[in-house]
Design a protein around this ligand. Structure first.
Ligand SMILES: [Zn+2]
Length: 312
């Protein structure tokens, strides 16, 4: 093997296209076009031929949305098997596999970064980890990130990708719906914007709670968004469902989401929205006014001094 280093390598006799195929090209799951991986990457994993949005892992999401690196907040809380749940395998075994696959303790990445010069808190769900299901850790990390964003006086952006509540944590998972909702309410009380991006898929308890209570709800083109799956609904109401039911575009025409935005335009859209909302809502509202159960947005509250409520 070492001899290779002393002799110039002969040019491979393989057909170039054939040689490139395995690792340099990807096939679009929708239009079946072969796309050069580098081009797919440049297009933020959106098919340049048909616009299909491939799923993206949290780190890549953060890279795409932020100007620089994400200052990571999450990753210090680990899930436990409080119910000693056992289905086809034990919950700890299932967790271990997901942790090895994704390199994180649970299905969430949170942190702080700058988006087009604006400081933002970012929470990104990881569908690769147990279907992005929301158990105690996902809920806790999102709640902590929202509380920290409120304390630091910065807006909050969620990128949702989830199959819903985590079955293996049963009622503990369902409690996360209330916990995250309350934490996110804290942002509204401070007059801080909360924007959610619903990616494919966003379903179950995540749709039914934190993902759809944002000030602005953005959906990715073609994303499946819903509470129960189409089959369950069809069986329950005994009716055929309309074409495109539970897809982003259908939800837009029915008023469930505010906009459907191509991933390649999301960063610019977020920058515009955050600037608009901050200018409209005004700078953060003093924490005390919220305890009186007062007005939601506090549109005309005076601006506190920079860093006044900074949480150390
Ligand atoms: Zn395509």
């Amino acid at each position: 093997m070492a001899l290779d280093r002393f002799f110039p390598r002969r040019k491979p006799q393989v057909n170039r296209a054939e040689q490139d195929t395995p690792d340099l090209w990807a096939k679009c799951p929708k239009c079946k076009a072969n796309i050069y991986l580098r081009e797919l990457e440049q297009q933020l994993y959106v098919c340049p031929k048909c616009g299909f949005h491939n799923r993206v892992n949290p780190q890549k999401r953060a890279d795409v949305l932020l100007d620089g690196p994400l200052e990571v907040w999450s990753g210090h809380i680990w899930p436990v098997d409080a119910l000693e749940f056992h289905d086809t395998e034990t919950y700890p075994d299932r967790l271990k596999r997901a942790q090895q696959k994704t390199g994180r303790p649970d299905a969430i990445l949170t942190g702080r970064g700058e988006l087009d010069g604006l400081p933002v808190a970012l929470a990104i769900m990881d569908f690769e980890f147990s279907g992005g299901s929301m158990g105690s850790v996902v809920g806790e990390e999102i709640a902590r990130a929202a509380e920290r964003a409120a304390a630091e006086g910065i807006p909050f952006v969620l990128v949702a990708a989830s199959g819903g509540a985590r079955m293996q944590e049963s009622a503990l998972s369902l409690m996360q719906m209330a916990k995250t909702t309350i934490a996110l309410e804290g942002l509204a009380r401070r007059g801080l914007p909360y924007i959610s991006i619903l990616s494919d898929p966003t379903t179950g308890g995540v749709t039914a709670s934190l993902a759809t209570i944002a000030d602005v709800i953005i959906a990715e083109p073609g994303a499946l968004i819903g509470f129960a799956g189409p089959r369950v609904i069809q069986q329950t109401i005994r009716q055929n469902l309309p074409e495109g039911f539970q897809r982003a575009e259908f939800l837009l025409t029915h008023g469930m989401v505010d906009m459907v935005t191509d991933r390649r335009e999301q960063r610019a859209e977020l920058s515009k929205l955050l600037r608009l909302l901050q200018a409209r809502i005004g700078p953060k509202v003093p924490a005390k006014s919220s305890e009186a159960g007062a007005s939601e947005a506090g549109a005309s509250q005076p601006a506190p001094q920079e860093g006044e409520h900074h949480h150390v």
